[in-house]
Design a protein around this ligand. Structure first.
Ligand code: BYC
Length: 329
């Protein structure tokens, strides 16, 4: 483990240094604005650490949208029937559009797009753990649509109340679109689960495989989270990882049980005393391995993303040239 890494597989947060203030009281005035619920906008003064944390957070989120388009995109040719194919194409286009919105939000903080793309394809920045697992059957696409998008909606509904204007507004738009993804995912799950015995078995098998990566989606337990304190201080992560996970469980476990899907956790139970779901912790060593590049499909997914990025280089060059003033004829 390098000196800047911690046990959660993340990088340690540098201590906030007051010398960042160019005039006395700047930090206090900034924090008062946040306490009043004001949004911070790109041209406003902000502590260097606020900027750095936001870039990390938004970049990770943008990467997730872009990488998340790959497993579903690869299923487009195999979607059963014209209508399912159209819905999946539309969803994949939405996900890439979400990445665009989020990379734009990160650019407002001063990080160029090409730097973010280079870091992604070189495996130097993170994206959601869930997109390093295979989509083996059509039922996986149902699970991604219903449960991954469902988890993303929980996360984004919380994060959109955060203090940075461009990220907050991008998330509002993204969440509207993901509400539709959730419906198409749920429709797929219901269709398979109420279909033939083979479809029902395929649905349960995919659900059982997705359960544990899904439990990791909201990040390590609070006690192991690196960034929560500083993100909460500046209202960038209004709820902790464990709080977000509990909100997801409260919303989805009853729906899963109502459908009759079997949750692969014998210890999962509602605890009246604490008002929380008690569950078996997922394998956090596996989580660390996956987010550091050692998951089942990290190398394959990044290789595909790298190839697609290289294939698009002619267009970026053409756009750059079009932006340069034309030489006098
Ligand atoms: N996967 O201190 P912590 C979608 C990292 S796409 C990977 O708790 P934080 C969709 C974390 O980055 C939308 N890495 O972190 C698309 C940190 O490492 P670094 C997906 C994770 O930031 C297509 C370290 O662990 N949503 O829905 O306070 C089709 C320590 O963690 C994960 C997002 O990307 C993870 N799950 O809080 C279908 C959510 N969790 O940076 C659907 C946006 C943690 O120090 N992100 N790490 O190297 C967030 O909201 C926050 O980053 C988290 C973690 C709540 C996940």
């Amino acid at each position: 483990m390098s000196s800047s890494e911690n046990s959660a597989g993340g990088t340690t947060t540098p201590r906030l240094v007051a010398e960042e203030e160019t005039s006395p009281g700047q930090l206090a005035a900034f924090e008062e604005r946040i306490a009043r619920g004001e949004k911070i906008e790109p041209g406003d003064w902000m502590p260097a650490l606020y900027r750095k944390q936001l870039i990390r957070l938004i970049q990770q989120h943008a990467n997730s949208e872009l990488m998340g388009a790959l497993p579903e995109g690869q299923w487009i040719p195999y979607a059963p029937g014209f209508r399912r194919k159209m819905a999946l194409i539309a969803k994949v286009q939405d996900e890439v559009g979400h990445a665009q919105l989020l990379y734009r939000a990160a650019e407002t903080l001063g990080k160029p797009r090409h730097e973010m793309m280079t870091e992604l394809v070189n495996g130097e920045s993170k994206y959601s753990n869930v997109f390093n697992y295979p989509c083996e059957t059509w039922a996986d696409i149902a699970m991604v649509g219903w449960l991954i998008d469902g988890a993303a909606i929980v996360n984004q509904t919380i994060m959109q109340t955060g203090s940075y204007g461009p990220y907050s507004r991008a998330l509002q738009r993204i969440t509207y679109e993901e509400a539709f993804h959730l419906k198409q995912g749920y429709d797929l799950v219901v269709t398979l689960h109420t279909g033939t015995p083979a479809q029902r078995a395929m649905c349960q098998e995919a659900f059982s495989r997705w359960w544990w990566p899904l439990m990791m989606f909201f990040g390590p337990p609070d006690r192991a989270s690196v960034h929560t304190d500083i993100l909460q201080r500046w209202a960038l992560k209004p709820k902790t990882n464990d709080e977000q996970r509990q909100i997801f469980l409260r919303k989805f476990v009853p729906k899963i049980q109502e459908l009759g899907l079997e949750i692969p956790d014998e210890d999962l139970r509602w605890d009246e005393d604490s008002g929380t779901w008690h569950f078996t912790q997922p394998d956090w060593d596996e989580f660390k391995r996956v987010i550091r590049g050692g998951g089942p499909l990290n190398a394959e997914r990044l290789a595909l993303r790298r190839l697609l990025y290289e294939q698009g280089s002619w267009l970026r060059t053409a756009l750059e040239q079009a932006e340069q003033p034309r030489a006098a004829a």
